[in-house]
Structures are given as C-alpha cells and as structure tokens.
Design a protein around this ligand. Sequence first.
Ligand code: FES
Length: 156
Amino acid sequence: MEYNPKVVEHFLNPRNVGEIPDADGVGTVGHPGCGDIVRIYIKVEALNGHQVISNASFKTFGCTTAIATSSIATELIQGKTIEEALAIKNEDVAKALGGLPAIKMHCSVLAEDALRAAIADYKKKSGQTEFMQEVMRQSKLHEDQELLSRKGNSKK
Ligand code: FES
C-alpha cells in the first residue's frame, strides 16, 4: 500500500503523544472491525467568551494511519473553539495528511469520533448531557452507544 510522505512522517514522528493528566475531556473509541483504539485528551480554556482547546494529545493502539490521523487531529484542534473543532470531519483530517488510500479512510473516522467523544466528555462534565447524546447520534462509526464509551477514561 502506498502512503504519501506526510502520513509516514506523522507515523514516524507523531505529535502530542501521551496523556494530559488534568484533561478536561477524554474520548476513547475503538473500531469493531480491526480492533484499533484511539484516545484523545483535550484541555479547554475560556478565551474572549469562547471555549478554546488549549492543548490536545492522544494515545493510539492501532495501524500506521490511526497513529498519523490521531497525530494530525491533535494539531488541527489546538487553538480551535469547541464549535470549530466539532466541525472538523474525518475528510479534513485525511486532507491535512495529503490524502489517504481509500481502504484507510475508516482510520480517519476513528480520529474524528475520538475527538467528538472527548468534547462530549468535556460537555458532560459541564452538565450538558443533551449535547453528549447529540454527539453520539452524529457518530459515523458507532451506532451502538456502548462503542462510544467513556468508560475507563479516568484510568491512567
Ligand atoms: Fe483500523 Fe487503521 S486499520 S484504524
């Protein structure tokens, strides 16, 4: 399979790897087919009346593309408002890497869903549970709410 150089570069030198110990939101998703798992951590700060993602990191157990898409996703969302981050789709993640082989597009969906789950977790902690359900509903990958699980997110 042919990967473009940016995918390979993010796989070999992933950005923002690891946990944010005092993260405001943590989202974990797993792909039921391949078993790969992506977890994204976000730190949110109030800035000029907006909620802004000031820091983001990830831990991914998965393929080359799952790692590369997790890496670029954490770069894309830093400095974005929650609303801007929610507008980022898996196609944007793939585009930021210069494109992905069609067979690997599902890996970028994991990055999008993990981001959504992290934002949902942040909103849940803010008491906005209706938003959480909307995020679950929008999830492309996980029809089953159990798969968009935040169980164990507090584990280190
Ligand atoms: Fe499953 Fe890449 S093969 S996320």
